[in-house]
Design a protein around this ligand. Sequence first.
Ligand SMILES: C[S@@+](CC[C@H](N)C(=O)[O-])C[C@H]1O[C@@H](n2cnc3c(N)ncnc32)[C@H](O)[C@@H]1O
Length: 194
Amino acid sequence: STQDTLERLHLQSGPGTPWGPAGGAVIISVCPGCTGALAKHFTSAYPECNVTIFDLPKVACTARQHFVNEADQRIRFHEGDFFKDPLPAADLYMLARILHDWTDERCIELLSRIYKACKPGGSVLLVEALLNEDGSGPLTVQLYSLNMLVQAEGRERTAAQYTTLLAGAGFTNIQHRLTGRLYDVVLGHKDEAK
Ligand SMILES: C[S@@+](CC[C@H](N)C(=O)[O-])C[C@H]1O[C@@H](n2cnc3c(N)ncnc32)[C@H](O)[C@@H]1O
């Protein structure tokens, strides 16, 4: 699961590594957040973080009612369409299983909007199932890709393909990490000066 992936990253991250928030008042925008499970994980793993869940109004409303405890003051909701509405400013944007729904053109459009909203020195973290560079597997990811083709307009991609999308939106210093689980991660940075 995505949570599983994040737990592994958390264990592997430490001071000076780019995989977890470094400290201070970090605002993470989980974009979109669906049930809010990811947001809950982040607020418990990183006590210094505030998390904004961005999703379509209907989804955000359901998550607010059923999945996120109102008492958690560090989780906020922001309703909107990520292709049309203003995105909240944040230090880190987490897109878990989002880009695989969309074509390359739509991905660059969304990532460019995130790049614009991202604070200088901030990052975007993609959580996706990565294909081998030669497309030869893993079999599960190939089957997911077929599913994306049938159900949405996207596909699963290789780390190099995600790197191209992130670079096309302006992100630099792009790194990926295989977690050994189903979901892997790709991280892109926005320069301090921009
Ligand atoms: C595959 S789910 C992933 C959700 C979550 N990140 C996860 O890993 O469980 C895709 C999410 O994208 C949201 N979504 C789709 N189109 C959107 C749009 N135009 N603006 C905002 N959210 C959108 C859906 O409501 C849904 O929550």
